[in-house]
Design a protein around this ligand. Structure first.
Ligand SMILES: Nc1ncnc2c1ncn2[C@@H]1O[C@H](COP(=O)(O)OP(=O)(O)O)[C@@H](O)[C@H]1O
Ligand SMILES: [Mg+2]
Length: 358
């Protein structure tokens, strides 16, 4: 086993990508490692000859087809959705399957400036020798253009609108001017941009109309079907437990089901049978949070509860996920506990563990 805590998708799934490459007989857009059809098999799962390709994204195939089709055109891709809907996950896997490199990433924040998007300077070099290509520090976007690969922009709308607009020339003319050198980089074939953004966060900067026009938007939804969500969480928890060397007890699927019914009731503001209306907490209780709560519970169970996964190990993490606003959400949770969970016999352990903590 490698010592690296988390390896990029193209390394973790190198065998799958190689197997797909070996049997890929569809035409590939220039600069792509796999054909669009094989990229879909890589993301959605399937077979490459006799090799099993694991599903990375569980959900609507059409959405991923639209995303892949977009990347084969001159338009960039924007994955939009509430936090925890696998935007970053899908973006990483698309970059791995299309470019063989998912590490050309810019994390956009309110503090991101143009130098982090276009290029910066090595000041020692700049002072010693003046502006030159050697003194220029390329950004992931710059390198993606030069090498004809995908650049990932995480949380695009978190950076200021003026900085976002730096991308307009890059996306429309596939070119990045370097006025200091009286030069420019021209993007090689295979270059494109996958941005992610979420529509729930405070403090986001709307995309300008000019920039929006350069993107095709694909909205990734929360799973609307409970069974699908159970499948996603159980699968990802299994993979994560495995990579963390945590034993996965037999009752994981059962506990995930109980946890998700709590999450889905609070998220939708009504009980699963539709009979009782509930107040909604301020957080969005995403699939990703259900995964995090379960993995936290597994670790607690393994180290402090003799390997038994139960409400006792999970409850503290549930509290953390629900109480995003310590005052308002506390009232919401207390009401849920008293009006719903208290009456359910098969949740008495949750009722007890949560009331003790809230
Ligand atoms: N539909 C889904 N299919 C597969 N994994 C999912 C799905 N929804 C959420 N996840 C999991 O949720 C986790 C977090 O997703 P992430 O990409 O960080 O969310 P986002 O960027 O949308 O906030 C990932 O481990 C991912 O595997
Ligand atoms: Mg993300």
């Amino acid at each position: 086993m490698s010592d690296t805590l988390r390896r990029p998708a193209e390394i973790t799934y190198a065998a799958e990508i190689e197997a797909l490459k070996a049997v890929d007989d569809h035409p590939k857009p220039q600069g792509w490692v796999l054909s669009p059809q094989s990229v879909i098999t890589y993301v959605m799962g399937g077979k490459a000859g006799s090799v099993e390709i694991s599903a990375k994204y569980v959900g609507n195939r059409r959405l991923i087809e639209t995303a892949v089709a977009t990347l084969a055109t001159d338009r960039a891709l924007l994955l939009l959705g509430v936090p925890g809907t696998a935007k970053s996950w899908v973006s990483e896997h698309l970059a791995a399957a299309i470019s063989g490199n998912s590490t050309l990433v810019i994390q956009c924040t309110a503090g991101t400036d143009e130098n982090q998007v276009r290029y910066g300077w090595n000041y020692a070099q700049l002072l010693a020798h003046g502006p030159s290509r050697e003194a220029l520090v390329p950004t992931p976007l710059f390198r993606a253009m030069e090498s004809g690969k995908l650049c990932r922009l995480e949380e695009l709308t978190r950076m200021g609108s003026d900085v976002q607009d730096t991308l307009i020339t890059v996306l429309s003319e596939k070119m990045l001017p370097i006025p200091e050198l009286n030069d420019a980089v021209f993007a090689n074939r295979g270059f494109n941009v996958i941005a992610t953004a979420n529509d729930r966060d405070k403090g986001v900067n709307e995309l300008s109309a000019a920039l929006k026009r350069r993107f095709n938007v694909v909205v990734l939804p929360l799973p609307d079907d409970m069974d699908e969500e159970i499948a996603i969480v159980t699968k990802r928890v299994g993979e994560m437990a495995n990579s963390l060397d945590l034993p996965a007890p037999k009752n994981v699927a059962e506990e995930v089901t109980r946890l998700l019914s709590i999450f889905r009731e609070l998220r939708s503001g009504e009980t699963l049978d539709g009979k009782t209306t509930l107040k909604k907490p301020s957080g969005n209780l995403s699939t990703a949070e259900a995964i995090a709560v379960t993995v936290g519970g597994l670790s607690h169970a393994a180290y402090f509860n003799k390997g038994t996964l139960s409400a006792y190990s999970l409850a503290p993490n549930v509290i953390g996920a629900v109480l995003k606003d310590p005052v308002q959400d506390k009232v919401v949770l207390e009401e849920y506990l008293e009006t719903v969970l208290k009456k359910r016999r098969d949740y008495s352990d949750y009722y007890q563990a949560l009331t003790e903590l809230v």
